[in-house]
Design a protein around this ligand. Structure first.
Ligand code: SF4
Length: 316
């Protein structure tokens, strides 16, 4: 998490309301050094909007030069084509938010009028290299529920390599300020019981689209899409705690460095410790957390996390 700064105004996020804080360059060098001694497979640059970090291009260069991991950028995509020539040699893949199939829906969810620009990105990047991965991600909510298949078609026709559909985030750890207000805001995005039938129809249509688009174009399997429906209903009824215990692999294989110079076991969870001069990837805190996490019942935070429907399908 390079920065809390963002110039989009998404209804599913609070970062654009926070005071901007950027992870300082000396801390980034420290992390880069530690990563260079590890065999970590991929580094995901997130925020806020990571490209808003004042030294973003330099950061991408430093990380790419220190080790062999794939560097993936999560971005809103605004101005990406402009900066692409400067980062093309450092970033291996792009995950771009696409929450509507029209300018109107996109703007009503993201608060900015960038739709036309966003849908040009995959083809522009692939003109440079077909090998650079470009995927879109869409947060399903009551404002775009009716057009999930159109969003999928826009993604396909734009030349993207993958389309991911997630649920809104209800895990407090993601929001570093005013989590009570944010949770209320997030509940405003939930699909209502009146929309359940349409939601089912849209999920079925996504599943059937695999015949035309290939099995892997939608990241989520049929089982995960089915779980979305059941889990969202459980959240809506305030019964997340009744969902079964299934343990997520994320804390086992990842560490998150946040813009406020802390580390935590996953993007969604609150537990966080101060960044140290070394051994953050396998620090004592992280090891103790992992041990307890896999021994104890699944925390309710996990059951309110959009990764959980995947965990339900792939129990470990
Ligand atoms: S289920 Fe979500 S909150 Fe829990 S460990 Fe996995 S990613 Fe983190």
């Amino acid at each position: 998490m390079l920065t809390s700064s963002c110039n989009s105004k998404c209804n599913s996020c609070s970062y654009w309301l926070c005071e901007a804080k950027h992870l300082p360059m000396e801390k980034i060098s420290l992390i880069a050094n530690e990563l260079s001694k590890s065999d970590i497979k991929s580094i995901r640059l997130t925020g806020g909007e990571p490209t808003s970090h004042p030294h973003f291009i330099e950061i991408a260069k430093i990380l790419k030069s220190r080790q062999n991991a794939k560097i993936i950028l999560n971005t809103h995509g605004h101005n990406l084509i402009e900066i692409f020539p400067k980062i093309k040699n450092y970033i291996d893949g792009y995950i771009i938010s696409l929450d509507g199939s029209t300018r109107e829906t996109y703007k009503s969810i993201r608060g900015v009028d960038w739709f036309d620009e966003i849908v040009r990105i995959p083809k522009e990047i692939h003109l440079f290299s077909e090998r650079i991965f470009v995927g879109y991600t869409c947060v399903i909510q009551n404002k775009n529920l009716h057009e999930l298949t159109e969003i999928l078609n826009i993604g396909k026709n734009s030349g993207a390599d993958m389309m991911s559909f997630t649920l809104p985030t209800f895990s407090e750890g993601v929001f570093n300020n005013d989590s009570g207000r944010i949770l209320k805001q997030q509940r405003g995005l939930w699909i209502t019981s009146e929309q359940d039938v349409n939601f089912k129809i849209q999920l079925e249509a996504l599943k059937s689209s695999r015949l035309q688009n290939g099995n892997n174009f939608i990241l989520q399997s049929d089982g995960v899409l089915d779980n979305y429906f059941e889990i969202l209903k459980t959240w809506r009824e305030g019964k997340a705690h009744t969902l079964p215990d299934h343990k997520c692999h994320v804390p086992k294989s990842s560490v998150v460095f946040s813009e406020n110079e802390q580390i935590k076991p996953c993007f969604m969870l609150k537990a966080a410790w101060a960044l140290k001069p070394d051994n953050n990837l396998n620090s004592e805190n992280i090891l103790i957390f992992r041990e307890n996490f896999y021994k104890a019942p699944t925390p309710t935070e996990c059951k309110s996390c959009y990764v959980y429907p995947h965990v339900m399908e792939n129990d470990i």
